[in-house]
Design a protein around this ligand. Structure first.
Ligand code: GLN
Length: 459
């Protein structure tokens, strides 16, 4: 069914970089047999899933949306992929993304942009636009994304899907091609909050192969989603982040229709019995600046391994090139503009003489943001904001203006810097353009269950 749907619409959507029809059908058949025998491997046994092309999949191409990894077939599975397979979920294929997960529109993919199923002239968000569009276009019931600064939640918002960034360390990063190790997290992309909870429980939890993985069990996520679905939030304290669309002073970049849907969701929370108050997180206004120093710094060092010797593309210039000439030519041909921009930025920020002024300062801001969260979570159980300041913009609109592109992540980045979990769920269509807007809920580290409880109450 889903393979048919992919065949029918992916020519227009371009959500997939690689479809593994044979593999998925074989896995589905095995699942049917387990179900017929009355012994499914998990509650999601047989439910197909699409995987962002930044996670290693044994025997299936993994490009990270980059030419530099064209033709690379990993010899192993990421832990998340292993867990999906063990639980019996057929893997439909690999989804499109901004190159190395750098972007907010999926236009930085070396394999052409993904189109938003709501309006094919618009972006599906990024970097995980492929996963979100696949779910929104019914090409996959479930997908896996990664979120370094919002790449699960912002695509969720602009495609009307649900996306979760777990607590840092809550889901294994083993086999995830790292962009910024201290920020990256894998997470679910689905149509409903309960589906995300089911998928999160299945792929999450401790993994000895990831040294940053938390060595304790996940909270009861599915149970929290079921509790929330009753619609009763009495006793739950919700903080509206003043600096993120919470009041007029949060700046002019917020679309009126997005804010209107946000207000309606707040009304629903009050109706459900929650106590809604305003909370100030003054350092959040510096989150974007700090992120765009820390993330490129980590990325520039991670991407050094693509040296044309170990993986993927190798361009050999004419004459008698040295190893360095081959590296230079391969990296020049293999990386796109946005990746090069960030490598330059990161290398500069880390160079001696500038380190204290840039990277060091950014780390201090990071600490202040964590403190803002700590202070806020002494007053409230969860924090909320619109997920993204606007609905999906037109393809090409922000491509030549990196800062305008970066501004999309204003509301999602603080959670990555502090390692706290966040969910985005649809809050309705904005009046101006009838396009989906997103509602973001953030919880303290290790309290991912609160996202599901409050999120399910809003559905
Ligand atoms: N859009 C952000 C960036 O370009 C976040 C990307 C992500 O979360 N992978 O860095």
């Amino acid at each position: 069914l889903f393979l048919d749907r992919i065949a029918a619409v992916d020519g227009q959507v371009n959500a997939f970089l690689h479809v593994d029809a044979m593999g998925a059908l074989a896995q589905a058949k095995a699942s049917d047999e387990r179900r017929a025998a009355g012994s499914p491997a998990s509650p999601l046994d047989g439910v197909p899933v699409a995987v962002k092309d930044v996670l290693a999949t044994e025997g299936l191409p993994t490009t990270c949306g980059s030419k530099i990894l064209e033709g690379w077939i990993p010899p192993y599975d990421a832990t998340v992929v292993t867990r999906l397979k063990e639980a019996g979920l057929p893997i439909l294929g690999k989804t499109n993304m901004d190159e190395f997960a750098m972007g907010s529109s999926t236009e930085h993919s070396a394999y052409g942009p993904t189109h938003n199923p709501w309006d094919l002239d618009r972006i599906p968000g990024g970097s995980g636009g492929g996963s979100a569009a696949a779910v929104a276009a019914f090409q996959a019931p479930l997908a896996i994304g990664t979120d370094t600064g919002g790449s699960i939640r912002q695509p969720g918002a602009v495609t009307g899907t649900v996306g979760v960034k777990p607590t840092y360390g809550g889901i294994s990063r083993y086999g995830l091609v790292a962009m910024a190790n201290s920020l990256d997290q894998v997470g679910p992309v689905t149509r409903t909050v309960l589906d995300s909870a089911l998928l999160h429980e299945l792929i999450g939890g401790h993994d000895p192969r990831d040294s940053t993985s938390i060595a304790q069990p996940l909270p009861a996520l599915v149970e929290a989603a079921r509790t929330g679905a009753s619609g009763d939030l009495s006793g739950v304290r919700v903080g509206v982040i003043k600096e993120l669309g919470g009041d007029a002073e949060s700046g002019s970049g917020w679309q009126a229709g997005v804010l209107a849907r946000f207000q309606e969701s707040l009304d629903l929370l009050v109706e459900a019995g929650a106590e809604v108050v305003e909370v100030s997180c003054p350092s959040f206004v510096h989150a974007l600046a700090a992120y765009y120093l820390i993330m490129p710094s980590e990325a520039s060092s991670n991407l050094a391994k693509f040296d044309a010797m170990r993986y993927g593309l190798r361009v050999v210039p004419d004459g008698e090139p040295s190893a360095e000439d081959v590296m230079r030519a391969s990296r020049d041909a293999g990386f796109g503009d946005e990746v090069k921009r960030r490598i330059i930025l990161g290398t500069y920020a880390l160079s001696s003489g500038y380190y204290d002024a840039y990277y060091g300062q950014a780390q201090k801001v990071r600490t202040l943001i964590s403190r803002d969260f700590e202070a806020a979570f002494e007053q409230v159980d969860v924090l909320v904001s619109p997920t993204a300041p606007t609905t999906a913009f037109k393809l090409g609109e922000k491509l030549d203006d990196p800062v305008a592109m970066y501004l999309n992540d204003l509301a999602t980045i603080p959670a990555n810097l502090a390692g706290v979990p966040g969910i985005s769920l649809p809050s309705g269509l904005a009046d101006e353009d009838d396009l989906p807007a997103g509602f973001q809920i953030l919880a303290p580290a290790l309290a991912d269950d609160r996202l599901y409880r409050v999120g399910a109450a809003l559905e």
